[in-house]
Write a protein that binds this ligand. Structure first.
Ligand SMILES: *Cc1c(COP(=O)(O)O)cnc(C)c1O
Length: 370
């Protein structure tokens, strides 16, 4: 049996009529850039998150550095984030010109450990960039309290966790801005690259809006800017898909529960959901010291498992951030996760026989290698 890692072609087939109609509607409108379809999606997204402003941009990476720049973060500044994330989190700060200071992750959730943040704050620190990793919100209540105490900005990296919630808080209640990614493999994906900036701050919104469009506040008037707009075709597709996000998240949680139940007692480290949190399982990540052997076994048996992220950012060649502060720079929990992680196939369109087969093969490996 083959179990693919991505379900987006199945998702397209399930929504084919609606999606095809939405794309044709854009084609007939003749307004492909900054047109009404983009405005509609932005309004829907702002409403969905319960925030004042949403701005479609052309990637999740842009959705992080645009608000950083709008908040005045640049050369000479430091931002605190996690190394246990996709490279783009740090890359965004680097594009803005800031220095990235890494804090280790919690060994259970793999999200940034708020108790380690304060020790890394210096007079140059401007912001904290928490990542909601794998589908679970970072501990925003604790992070926001630290940020307020030290007068720092907070930008949420929400590339992976649309529709998640914390215990007693929603995303965007405790930050200045948030960046979402809509690249196809994310929980809400368009047919290519896409992203959005969310914020309640008018100053951030206005500046990002101008900067994504050649720094144009007014037709023919330009200041410092870029070209980072979300295309209308993607916006129209995202409007269709946004309506399904809650149902899809519920199905991800249902599948995660089946994995967790099926894999109990195998000795594998299974995902931890903090009490009261809604973890939407962008990825279902198990951990084992025998990672390479298990990954090979799964792939050899037709299960397209992957790793997120086998090389943490501070371990990447050519980006020695942190090492100049501390020559033996180590992030033990992040490094343990990088060495042991395996992402099982996880998407709402997974079929029961695929779920059962995946569990069966994981158990088989653990029995043979116990
Ligand atoms: C995907 C991702 C990004 C970047 O999004 P793009 O749309 O690929 O630019 C940033 N941060 C995290 C945590 C991601 O998973």
């Amino acid at each position: 049996m083959k179990v693919g890692f991505y379900g987006h072609v199945r998702q397209y087939h399930n929504l084919k009529k609606e999606i095809d109609a939405a794309i044709l509607d854009v084609l007939e409108s003749g307004q492909y850039v900054l047109g009404p379809h983009l405005k509609t999606f932005e309004n829907e997204l702002a409403k969905y998150f319960g925030v004042k402003y949403a701005l479609g941009v052309n990637s999740g990476t842009d959705a992080l550095w645009l608000p950083m720049m709008a908040m005045g973060i640049g050369p000479g500044d430091e931002v605190i984030t996690t190394s246990n994330t996709f490279f783009a989190t740090a890359e965004a700060a680097w594009i803005a010109g800031a220095k990235v200071v890494f804090v280790d992750s919690r060994r259970d959730t793999n999200n940034i450990d708020p108790s380690l943040i304060e020790a890394k704050i210096t007079p140059r620190t401007k912001a904290i960039i928490p990542v909601h990793l794998y589908g679970q919100a970072a501990e925003m209540d604790k992070i926001w309290a630290i940020a307020k105490k030290h007068k720092l900005g907070v930008i949420e990296d929400n590339a992976q966790s649309i529709d998640s919630r914390g215990a007693g808080f929603k995303l965007m209640e405790q930050s200045d801005a948030m960046g979402c990614s809509f690249i196809i493999q994310k929980n809400l994906g368009c047919f290519g690259d896409g992203g959005a900036v969310l914020t309640n701050r008018e100053d951030i919104y206005k500046q990002c809006e101008a900067q994504r469009n050649h720094g144009s506040y007014q037709r023919s008037h330009h200041s410092y800017g870029f070209n980072n707009r979300l295309d209308s075709i993607h916006a129209a597709v995202l409007s269709v898909k946004l309506k399904h996000i809650t149902k899809w998240s519920d199905r991800r949680i249902e599948i995660a529960n089946m994995f967790t139940k099926g894999l109990k007692g195998t000795g594998l480290k299974l995902p931890t959901t903090l009490p009261g949190y809604r973890h939407v399982f962008h990825l279902y990540v198990i951990e084992t010291p025998k990672r390479d052997a298990m990954l090979k076994f799964l792939v050899d048996n037709g299960i397209d498992a992957k790793t997120h992220y086998p090389i943490a950012i501070h371990q990447q060649q050519g980006f020695p951030w942190g090492k100049d502060i501390d020559p033996v720079f180590k992030l033990p929990n992040t490094e343990a996760n990088a060495a042991q992680c395996i992402s099982l196939p996880m998407y709402p369109e997974l079929q029961q026989d695929e779920i059962d087969y995946t569990i069966e093969k994981c158990i088989e490996f653990c029995k043979k290698n116990g």
